[in-house]
Design a protein around this ligand. Structure first.
Ligand SMILES: [Zn+2]
Length: 141
């Protein structure tokens, strides 16, 4: 069940408020967010773009990620590697937690300059090649 845009925005704004002093979370960073199906200890799961934010996952998860990119014949079409996107980091975290990405509605946003609030953003040319097929849906806020 997709979140309302209002609730997705609320989660993003909360995330940006909690991370407003992080020196790495600059406005050019993208954030991907979803609500896990089995709940557990997370109300929502987030992932941030950039190599600094690459999640630490098992080799099995990493192999599955590369197999997934290969399946969609993903080419590097930007100046960053496909793995350095928020969507990719979220996929890795989910698979590592045994959550199926295809069951989850994912939201993406950037941080507004100077404000801990979400700004509309869309997937990059790397992610456009795989993210809509891999997640249940990919949404802007
Ligand atoms: Zn991307």
């Amino acid at each position: 069940m997709p979140l309302s845009k209002q609730l997705a925005r609320k989660y993003f704004n909360e995330f940006f408020q909690n991370h407003s002093t992080g020196r790495h979370l600059t406005p050019n960073k993208r954030v991907a967010l979803c609500v896990p199906i089995s709940g557990g200890r997370f109300q929502y799961i987030t992932a941030v773009s950039g190599s600094y934010y690459e999640p630490s996952v098992t080799q099995e998860t990493m192999d599955a990620f590369h197999a997934m990119l290969k399946k969609h014949n993903v080419q590097k079409l930007t100046n960053h590697d496909p793995i350095n996107c928020a969507e990719a980091h979220l996929w890795l975290r989910l698979v590592d937690m045994s959550q199926l990405p295809r069951h989850l509605d994912v939201y993406v946003a950037k941080k507004q300059t100077g404000k801990p609030r979400a700004k509309r953003d869309s997937p990059c040319r790397n992610c456009q090649q795989w993210a809509r097929q891999e997640f249940h849906s990919l949404n802007q806020v």
